[in-house]
Design a protein around this ligand. Sequence first.
Ligand SMILES: [Zn+2]
Ligand SMILES: [Zn+2]
Length: 345
Amino acid sequence: MVHQGTGDVEEISPGCWVLKLPLPFPVEVVNCYLIEGNGEACLVDCGLHTSKALAHFQAALRMIGIAPGDISTIVVTHYHPDHLGMAGTIQSMTGARIVMSSSEYEMLGHNWYDPGSNADRAIHQMLEQSGMPRSLIARLHAQRVRLGSHIDPVQEVTAVNEGDAIIVGRRRLQAIITPGHSPGHLCLFEAETGLFWVGDHLLPRITPNIGLFPLSNPQPLGSYLTSLEKVSQLPVKLAFPAHGEPFEDVRGRVEELILHHQRRLHTLLSLMTRRGSTPYTLSQKLFGKNLPDQARRFALAETLAHLEHLVAEGQAEKAQENGLVRYRNVAAAGRERRIAGRANS
Ligand SMILES: [Zn+2]
Ligand SMILES: [Zn+2]
């Protein structure tokens, strides 16, 4: 059964609808899922709070024929604005409980969008030490504050941990915690059907951003690779991502993503100069210079996550000088030291 029109709603498996809510970002749409089980329903992810997204959400419920009060649970896979943004408003409309993983819930304690807050200062410092130009940092700051106005404050959250069951009528959804894209990203697996709601952990066409952010997981890439291995063991029949179309071959996608990150690590090592390179310069070499501001921030965060992984693996070293952080390739630096040693002997 396919419904077209306002709200872009489709029943993609019996009792599971996808609601495509609009986003004012390049990805354009976030897939929220409504899972129904015996007169009760669970909403997975909430979209960014804009008047357009709210109108789409309300129209979608009318098309499905479900009353707001039938939604008993709202699962927020992770704290990013396109997933959390409208959760508070939808909670007020429905009276549902909001479920997040316990480590993701901790991220709500940081005032990312408040100028002058500790989190805001930590972001500013990280960007500055990475070598990002001040004018760009200022523009990103203004964008972040604007974005904050589209994210509802959330009062009450039910925190879940690995393996916990989220019951929706007759359906039993198992919490699978997949740190990496965010520190406590939450996926849901239904063993009875093999259905797997994966949020931003696995995306079919684009690679999920694995970025380093302050006050968060210091080794996001290592966590992500472990989480990829973990989900590849599940007997999944169909995966529902937050961006893009459903897909079946979870193992195949996991292999592609692991290979993608291995290649990126390898490339980064080859791009470091002898003196050591700043993360911002490396991000420009990796992703190009002509990117929109937001994409430059994601590129930098992704570069930093890979650099910190190389440091943890002993393949790169980092040093701070004149307020800038630089990374060097350990093997190349060792070769140089040996050559210099021979020249001096
Ligand atoms: Zn995300
Ligand atoms: Zn997303």
